[in-house]
Design a protein around this ligand. Structure first.
Ligand code: SAH
Length: 255
């Protein structure tokens, strides 16, 4: 029996021009699209006019569709021979439960293809004109979530801080804004209070804004700047390279 196929497509951070050509082609061929919250309308508009668009995020104040139900709908559509595209923000395999979806679809006998997207952390830092790695400042980069699965102990921030300090790593924190106070306190056990930090909201979109601060002032800066989700927090010396005043007059607060 042919169980069909689902393509998980990374929609990138928001700017439609950051889509890959492969992603665009998959969207243009889709007959049904299951669309996450953080995917911009301009990207959904690339779908054929007669394609069925299913929004499965929290838009319009509705509760998000349960993950198991989304997977069930995708499996049914794939079995019916639809060209199923699952559009996810950023890259499908950086947070956002892409890994779980692939496992469950494959377990149901559905073929899965994954098309990369530019992950928000990468786009956020690039939009400030600084790199994630730098021979003088950072030997590597860690993408980490600030929001653990319910009931899970979550990230060991103290261990991460010590490693980031000794191995000189840039920390790129997703979903960290609401827990910033705790993250700040724990990171301060291993990183200096003066470590530069950037918070970038709505990266790559016309509504993008950011602030530059230090680890010691992070939570206060987020509150004062009114920074909210979706935001990326970047911790590390690469941020010291941000030529703030000249290049980014939209910054909400300078250090
Ligand atoms: N798969 C996505 C991440 C999903 S988790 C990716 O690769 O980008 C959702 C989190 O991603 C948000 O809470 C936020 O931390 C981050 N995020 C997604 N889009 C963003 C954007 N345009 N600007 C800033 N952060 C963003």
């Amino acid at each position: 029996m042919n169980n069909g196929k689902v393509i998980l497509v990374g929609a990138g951070p928001g700017d439609p021009e950051l889509l890959t050509l492969k992603a665009l082609k998959a969207i243009q061929r889709a007959t049904v699209l299951f669309v996450d919250d953080l995917v911009s309308d301009e990207i959904v508009a690339f779908a054929p006019p007669n394609a069925r668009i299913v929004h499965v995020g929290k838009r319009g104040g509705c509760k998000s569709t349960p993950q198991a139900f989304i997977e069930k709908l995708m499996i049914m559509a794939a079995r019916e021979g639809e060209h199923v595209v699952r559009l996810k923000g950023g890259d499908p395999f950086i947070f956002g439960r892409g890994g779980e979806e692939v496992e469950n679809l494959r377990a149901a006998g559905v073929e899965v293809e994954v098309i990369n997207g530019i992950t928000a952390g990468l786009a956020a830092v690039t939009s400030l004109g600084v790199p994630l790695t730098h021979r003088q400042h950072a030997q590597g980069v860690v993408f980490v979530t600030g929001h653990a699965k319910p009931g899970d102990a979550g990230t060991d921030w103290q261990a991460l801080a010590a490693t980031a300090h000794s191995a000189r790593l840039t920390l790129v924190i997703y979903m960290g804004v609401s827990g910033a106070g705790r993250i700040q306190n724990e990171l301060l056990t291993g990183l200096p209070a003066a470590t530069p930090v950037a918070v970038i909201q709505n990266a790559s979109l016309p509504t993008q804004r950011h602030l530059i601060t230090t680890l010691g002032a992070l939570a206060d800066a987020i509150n004062e700047g009114g920074m909210a989700s979706p935001s990326i927090i970047v911790v590390g010396d690469v941020i010291s390279g941000v030529a703030l005043a000249a290049a980014h007059p939209e910054a909400v607060r300078a250090a």
